[in-house]
Design a protein. Structure first.
Lengths: 488, 488
């Protein structure tokens, strides 16, 4: 709280870093590229995990756990996968240290692994190698498994939550008897992500498919949801892949169908990560700090007593505890901050910084009037509320905040989405948000546009209207518009 | 289900492996020493996690996440810690692979780390290195943090759950202003473990302290809980360490107390791991498979329809679904297994193998009588229960099973605990269970006894009665008996 947050308009990137660190979400660790997720950040992530996990189970999935390490040779088995993943990764080469003659700790060269182990960047290979043992017949299908895990992708330039060498995520890996069922599964899980990001994180997203160039290494089709941040950039919030029979073929996973015929198994994988924490911060926060949607806030309401003498505090505490109790009976998460270490002004700023959606202040005068002062984090409006009406008002206001955050973010996105038809306009508008434009469908053009503007095709929207047009760069014929943006 | 479980008396070790694999708890992976935790095993572990996590939060702790990797030099900072942990570990030396001229994937030697990274075997060092930034004053204390994570300790001889190179665990790391408060914390968390293992896992434990020789590397005192398995061997179910100021001094973590004086911070750490899964299997299971205490069973009740014609199934299903609903309304976890892929006999055996505490079978004749057949997994007794009384009977019976498992395990331990006073008797009884005997208090004697009998001192019980006696091996004077056993 002694530090100051850089204003969002002055330096968006610094503003983001300030909030992540000062609100107690995460910080850089002593290990290059790895972050420490601090208690407040982890509490939000835990809420995300719990809700997503419930959604996965409601759609028939179970959890399991596969090894952290993957033998190097596994990556070579799926040709395009190795290009995408086996390059920038942590390689374990030895399994012992020893004390050298000079007393320092050194690697024991006699303890060298025959085959190096890779710290998993994603688990398709180790999981499909296991599925080979689990799947023989159509009776073993579908196999609907999810894993919560840490993964490592070596990064040179890192940003807290958005790009770190180690991050936390979930990865679903499912196996199916038919192509149709696998495609249906990958779309279903994309919809679970849409539900979570829109209705819990209060961030609107666009559903679409990735171009070939942006596809997951080893996928036949990559479905994605794309969100807009407050600087107009896109953030890929989750992906779901239809993997065809690629991994089944690479790991020789065949099954006997009802007619007794052998065929390769069809696969999907899908994941979201602690990157969502970055999206959450960037979508809603302001110059006072973090703004959390009530459904994800670890504390939804904080009650702060205002008093001079200790005797006053006793009366206030009695009422505050009753309020806390009555709100908790409504399944709300409530903190009564009666710590005497800090003054009310400090507490107000601290809970604003941490994004608590509602603050209730109670002083002696309030007690006399039978009212409290309720302050919204999102709009920063204050309301005097009779204690008798507080329970209902709090419940309603939290709903309003949740809706308001979504609507505000949606309105921002709409105001920063531009349908353009000329290259000059493209180059101008791409600095401010999403650009919806025609593209000739070639990777060559896609890469040229990226080279010139740093913008990528975020997705081809699902159920995209078809219309004749000309590619924004080459003028070649195009059947549909796609969404371009600079991205995190 | 096509396989057969080796009988417990014929080959205890094989019996254990059979149950773990056949009940779908875990299996060996393609990576030496690492296991795959299968869906049924992971579902039990999830219940354990959820319950422990609630207990940690109820005692004021919050979760956070620290990096998987630890710089090699960190281990050298605490002298005894490095001896215990930095030796058999996974060492990351490179951060990139490349495609060689012959098309194979090889380590890119140009991407060698300046300082090797160790995959965490435990996180004291990286956490105390972080705490240095977080702690300045007594206002920052106590710091009560827990982490759920995977850790790696390179093992040559592994056993599923009991000893694997990678395992899952939680590790609490707390920081305190005084020695007394830290000791109190380490004892409090030991009691949380006792509560969990006894009241949820239904496994009685002995609380005690470890001898100097068995102490955690870097601890001043290690508190432990020791459980007896069905072969009379001990299994250390959880430990809680009072770390004194060792790590604070190693990482220079000082704080200003209320009087403005600088002092080093006092520390604890405590943990339980997927090893508890091994304890759970070994404590209760039998020759038919896994036996799960109702409080931890992912499914507490399974309902199996008995029918010949599909028309019969419809009537049975209607009743079964009502029963399922009414039990779920009591917060019970119920599976209705109406799959037509397998016959009832197969299902009975399968759910027995998987340890479901109660089975309810419903056939057409039962419907006519308004009854069902209820079978207990622990005692294998069957009861005809009127449907009208089923809800109450199920709730009561699940309680009875939970209690029965605890009492049976306790009676077994009592029958296999021997107070002995001669070396001959010691050598005889140590083959069958715990031996309570006098010891002269020296590491030398402790190691000699281990060499001759493979038995270790499991603990010196807390509140141990003091009595004059003579060391079982050396005859030297002793003030108290300690607990010896062979151990996992």
């Amino acid at each position: 709280m002694s530090q100051k947050i850089t204003s969002r308009s002055a330096d968006y990137s610094e503003w983001y870093n300030n909030i992540v660190e000062q609100a107690g979400l995460a910080e850089h660790s002593a290990v290059k590229g790895c972050m420490v997720i601090k208690p407040h950040g982890y509490a939000v992530w835990e809420r995300m995990q719990r809700i997503l996990d419930d959604m996965f189970k409601a759609t028939g999935h179970v959890n399991a756990y596969f090894p952290l390490f993957i033998p190097k040779s596994f990556f070579s088995k799926e040709a395009s996968h190795v290009e995408g993943f086996a390059k920038e990764c942590a390689v374990v080469t030895h399994y012992r240290l020893k004390t050298a003659d000079d007393g320092t700790i050194v690697v024991d060269e006699t303890a060298k692994l025959e085959e190096e182990l890779i710290v998993r960047p994603t688990s398709e290979t180790i999981i499909w190698n296991t599925y080979k043992k689990w799947i023989q017949s159509y009776r073993d299908l579908p196999l609907l498994i999810n894993q919560w895990a840490n993964v490592v992708r070596w990064e040179m330039r890192t940003r807290l939550f958005l790009r770190t060498t180690e991050f936390l995520w979930q990865e679903g890996h499912t196996a199916h008897a038919t192509r149709e069922e696998a495609i249906e599964e990958s779309k279903k899980m994309l919809d679970v992500y849409v539900d979570f990001v829109e209705n819990w994180m209060a961030v609107p997203v666009i559903k679409g498919v990735k171009t070939e160039n942006e596809r997951f290494a080893g996928a036949v089709e990559t479905y994605t949801i794309e969100a807009m941040m407050q600087d107009g950039k896109a953030l890929q919030a989750g992906t779901s892949h239809f993997l065809g029979q690629n991994f089944a073929k690479a790991f020789d996973v065949q099954f006997t169908d009802k007619e007794g015929k052998l065929d390769y198994v069809w696969a999907t994988s899908w994941g979201v990560s602690t990157r969502l924490m970055g999206a959450l911060v960037m979508a809603h926060s302001d110059n006072q700090g973090l703004v959390l949607p009530p459904k994800l806030a670890p504390q939804q309401v904080v009650i702060v007593p205002i008093y001079k003498e200790v005797e006053e505090l006793q009366d206030i505490s009695e009422v505050a505890r009753k309020i806390k109790q009555s709100l908790e009976a409504k399944d709300l998460r409530v903190l009564y901050d009666d710590s005497d270490k800090q003054r009310p002004g400090w507490k107000f700023a601290e809970h604003e910084l941490k994004g608590v959606p509602l603050r209730i202040a109670i002083g002696a005068r309030d007690l006399a009037n039978g009212t409290v002062e309720m302050a919204r984090r999102d709009t920063k409006t204050k309301h005097v509320v009779p204690i008798a009406e507080l329970e209902t008002t709090v419940v309603e206001t939290l709903d309003l905040i949740q809706t308001n955050l979504y609507q505000t973010t949606l309105a921002f996105r709409e105001a920063h989405t531009f349908t353009v038809d000329t290259w000059d306009e493209f180059k101008e508008k791409i600095e401010y948000g999403f650009v919806v434009a025609h593209w000739d469908g070639t990777t060559e053009t896609e890469l040229k546009i990226k080279e010139e503007t740093k913008a990528t095709i975020r997705c081809i929207p699902l159920e995209n209207p078809q219309e004749d047009g000309k590619c924004i760069l080459t003028g070649k014929p195009s059947k549909q518009r796609v969404i371009f943006a600079k991205a995190y």
